[in-house]
Design a protein around this ligand. Structure first.
Ligand code: 8X3
Length: 257
C-alpha cells in the first residue's frame, strides 16, 4: 500500500504499528497532520490500517518490516523521501520466569527486538532525521527500564538496554537538530502485550490486569507521544513515565477484590 505524501507533510515512521501502542500512535500522528509510515512484520495489519487512515482523509502508507533484520531496515530507510519523526515502538516481553529458570532464547529475542531493533532503525534513519533540520526520535521503553520485578529480569534487562541507548544517543547528537524523547509506560492493557508474553495463554494474560480499575490504554500512551512530539522544536521532553493511577510502582498495584 503506497500513498505518496504531499511534499510539505512531515513524515513520521512508526515501528510495531500493527497493533496496540504503535497503531494508536500512528492514528494520533496521522490525525495531527503527519504523513505516517506504518511498519511491522504483519503486512495485512498495517495495510488495513493505512487504508483506514487514507479513507479517513489522512496520509499514510505501509511497509512490512522486521526491525531485527538490519539489511531490510537499511533498504526501508533508502525507500523514504524524508523522515521527520521516528517512533521506535517495536518490542515486547516474553515470559515471566525467575532468573533461576529463565529461557536464554527468550532473553536473546527480547534483546534483539527491543534493543537491536531500536538500534537498527535509529541508525538507518538518523541521516534523514538530521537532514530534516528538525527531527524527533521517540523510544518506547517501559517502567521496566527503570526498575525491575520478580520474573521480569529478561524484559527489564532489555528495556534498561534500550533506555541506555536512548540516553546515550541524546548525549552524542546534542547540537544536531534532532531531539530524543523516551516514553516509559507502566501497565498498559493492549490486545497483545500480555498475550504475547504468555504465548497465547489468555487466562494468564487477563490476570495481569485483574482488579485494576483502569489500566492505561494504547490511546493514553499515544496521546502522551503526540503531545511530546508536538512541543516546539527547542523543547526536548527527555522522559515521560506514564502509569495508571492504580499503579504506584512496578510491583505496587492496587487491585479491587
Ligand atoms: C510494560 C510494563 O510492568 O509489564 O512495559 O513490565 S510491565
Amino acid at each position: 500500500m503506497t500513498d505518496t505524501p504531499a511534499a510539505s507533510l512531515r513524515t513520521a515512521v512508526v515501528t510495531g504499528a500493527s497493533s496496540g501502542i504503535g497503531a494508536a500512535t500512528a492514528r494520533a500522528l496521522a490525525a495531527a497532520g503527519h504523513h505516517v509510515v506504518l511498519t511491522a512484520r504483519r503486512k495485512d495489519r498495517i495495510e488495513a490500517l493505512a487504508d483506514e487512515l487514507t479513507a479517513a482523509g489522512r496520509s499514510a502508507s505501509a511497509y512490512p518490516l522486521d526491525v531485527t533484520d538490519q539489511t531490510a531496515v537499511d533498504t526501508f530507510a533508502r525507500s523514504l523521501d524524508r523522515c521527520d519523526i521516528l517512533i521506535n515502538n517495536a518490542g515486547g516481553a516474553l515470559g515471566l520466569d525467575p532468573v533461576a529458570g529463565a529461557d536464554p532464547a527468550e532473553w536473546r529475542q527480547m534483546y534483539e527486538t527491543n534493543v537491536l531493533g531500536t538500534l537498527h532503525v535509529t541508525q538507518a534513519l538518523l541521516p534523514a532525521l538530521t537532514a530534516s533540520g528538525d527531527g524527533t526520535v521517540v523510544v518506547l521503553t517501559s517502567t521496566a527500564g527503570r526498575g525491575t520485578y520478580e520474573g521480569g529480569a529478561g524484559y527489564a534487562a532489555a528495556k534498561h538496554g534500550q533506555q541506555v541507548l536512548t540516553e546515550t544517543l541524546r548525549l552524542e547528537i546534542v547540537g544536531t537538530p534532532v531531539r530524543v524523547i523516551e516514553v516509559a509506560p507502566g501497565m498498559v492493557r493492549t490486545d497483545e502485550f500480555a498475550l504475547n508474553r504468555f504465548k497465547g495463554d489468555a487466562e494468564r494474560a487477563a490476570k495481569v490486569y485483574q482488579g485494576v480499575a483502569q489500566p492505561l490504554t494504547a490511546e493514553d500512551v499515544a496521546d502522551t507521544i503526540a503531545w511530546a512530539v508536538s512541543r516546539p522544536s527547542h523543547v526536548n521532553i527527555d522522559l515521560l513515565v506514564v502509569r495508571p493511577r492504580a499503579q504506584a510502582s512496578n510491583s505496587k498495584v492496587h487491585r479491587e477484590p
